[in-house]
Design a protein around this ligand. Structure first.
Ligand code: NAD
Ligand code: IPM
Ligand code: MN
Length: 347
C-alpha cells in the first residue's frame, strides 16, 4: 500500500485539538481511499522550549527533511515565551530552510456559512511570498534604551524571490479564471514595491492570457470586503499577504475556516500545511476551536501528495457538515462535535 510519511507538529494552544481533528479525518479518508498516512509526532512547541531551552533541536530541519510533508497546528504562547523567540525558533525557519516560498491561502465560503461581511459568492486564492520581504529579519537596534534609540527592519526583495512568486501566481491564475491582482504599496515604498510592480509588468507581457491588475494594499483591503467576487488570484509580499489573509479569513466566516499550504513548488523539500490562525490562547482550553481550517489544510496536503480524490472527499465532507449548520458560527459547536460530523459525512 502506498504510504506517505508525515511529520506532525501540533505546537501550542489550539494547535493540539485542531491537528488531532485533522489527523483523525485524514486517517479515515486514507483508509477509505486505500493509502496509508504514517505520522510522527514532534513535540516542538513553547512547552518544549521551557523544558529544553530550544523550540526544536539543532538538527530539527534535518529531521523534517525525511518526511513527505509537515502538518502543523500553531506556534506561540506569548504569556510564557516571547513570540519573537518562538516563531523565529520554529515556524519561520522551517518555511525558509525548505524554500516554501509560496504560501497558498484559499478564501471562499463553505456552504451554509455566513461570514459577517458576506456579500454573495467569492473564490479568492491568495498567494503570499513566504521567505523574504518584510520577514527577512534584517535590521537591528542602536542606542538601546536611550532617547536616541533607532530600530530598523529592512525588507529584502530579490529579483529571484519576487520573480518566482509572481510566476507561481501567474500559473495559478492561468489554471483558474485568468485574473491576477498584484498587491504592493508602490506609492509610498519607492524601492521594493516599485521593483515588484516592474517585475509584474515584465511577466504580464509573457502572459497575455492573464488579466493583471496592480492594487495598493490599502485599496485591496477595502476591495476584499466590498467586492470580493471581483478577485481571483491575489499575490502579495510576505507581510501584506499575512495581513490580507486574516482579512480573507474574516470574509470567509472567521479564522477557523482559513487553510494554508506552505509550498516548495519544485518539490525539492517537504511542504508544510497549517491553518492560517494561531494558538488562540483566549479559547485554548474551552474545547471550541474550529477544526475546519486544519482539516482543510489537511486536504491541501493530500492534494500535494497526489491524493486528489481523497482531498476532494474531505472537502465534500466539510461542505456537507457546514451545510447542516454545524461549525458555521464561531463558538457554537464544540471541536469534537464538528469533527464527528465531518467523520460521519465522510462515511
Ligand atoms: P490567533 O489566530 O491565535 O487568534 C485570533 C482570534 O481568532 C482569537 O480571538 C482566537 O480565539 C480566534 N481563533 C483563531 N483560531 C480559531 C479557531 N480555529 N476557532 C475559533 N476561533 C479561533 O491570533 P493571535 O491571538 O494574534 O496569536 C496567538 C498566538 O499564536 C501568538 O503567539 C501568535 O504569534 C501565534 N500565531 C501563530 C501562527 C502560526 O503558527 N502559524 C499564526 C498566527 C498567530
Ligand atoms: C501566519 C502567522 C505567522 C506569519 C506569524 C505567527 C509569524 O501570522 O502564518 O500567518 O506572520 O507568517
Ligand atoms: Mn498571519
Amino acid at each position: 500500500m502506498k504510504t506517505h510519511s508525515i511529520a506532525i507538529i501540533k505546537g501550542d494552544g489550539i494547535g493540539h485539538p485542531v491537528v488531532d481533528a485533522a489527523w483523525e479525518v485524514l486517517q479515515a479518508v486514507a483508509k477509505q481511499s486505500g493509502f496509508a498516512l504514517e505520522g510522527t509526532q514532534l513535540p516542538w512547541s513553547c512547552a518544549h522550549y521551557k523544558e529544553t531551552g530550544v523550540m526544536m533541536p539543532a538538527d530539527g530541519i534535518d529531521t523534517l527533511r525525511n518526511y513527505d510533508a509537515i502538518l502543523l497546528g500553531a506556534v506561540g504562547w506569548p504569556a510564557e515565551v516571547p513570540d519573537a523567540v518562538s516563531l523565529h525558533g520554529l515556524l519561520l525557519p522551517i518555511r525558509k530552510a525548505f524554500d516554501q516560498y509560496a504560501n497558498v491561502r484559499p478564501h471562499r465560503l463553505l456552504p451554509g456559512v455566513e461570514g459577517p461581511l458576506r456579500r454573495g459568492g467569492f473564490d479568492i486564492l491568495c498567494i503570499r511570498e513566504n521567505t523574504e520581504g518584510e520577514y527577512a529579519g534584517a535590521g537591528g537596534r542602536v542606542h538601546q534604551g536611550t532617547a536616541q534609540e533607532v530600530a530598523v527592519e529592512t525588507g529584502i526583495f530579490t529579483r529571484m524571490g519576487v520573480e518566482r512568486i509572481l510566476r507561481f501566481a501567474f500559473a495559478q491564475a492561468r489554471a483558474r479564471r485568468g485574473k491576477l491582482a498584484s498587491v504592493t504599496k508602490s506609492n509610498a515604498q519607492k524601492h521594493s514595491m516599485v521593483f515588484w510592480d516592474e517585475i509584474t509588468r515584465q511577466l504580464a507581457a509573457e502572459h497575455p492570457d492573464v488579466e493583471v491588475t496592480s492594487y495598493h494594499v490599502d485599496a485591496m483591503a477595502a476591495r476584499m470586503v466590498t467586492a470580493p467576487e471581483s478577485l481571483d488570484v491575489v499575490v502579495a509580499s510576505n507581510l501584506f499577504g499575512d495581513i490580507l489573509t486574516d482579512l480573507g479569513a474574516a470574509i470567509q466566516g472567521g479564522l477557523g475556516f482559513a487553510a494554508s499550504a506552505n509550498l516548495n513548488p519544485e518539490r525539492k523539500a517537504p511542504s508544510m500545511f497549517e491553518p492560517v490562525h494561531g494558538s488562540a490562547p483566549d479559547i485554548a482550553h474551552l474545547g471550541i476551536a474550529n477544526p475546519i481550517a486544519a482539516i482543510w489544510s489537511g486536504a491541501m496536503m493530500l492534494e500535494h501528495l497526489g491524493e486528489k480524490a481523497a482531498a476532494d472527499r474531505v472537502m465534500t465532507a466539510l461542505g456537507d457538515t457546514t451545510r447542516q449548520g454545524i461549525g458555521t458560527v464561531p463558538g457554537k459547536d464544540r471541536t469534537d462535535a464538528i469533527t464527528a460530523a465531518v467523520l460521519s459525512a465522510l462515511s
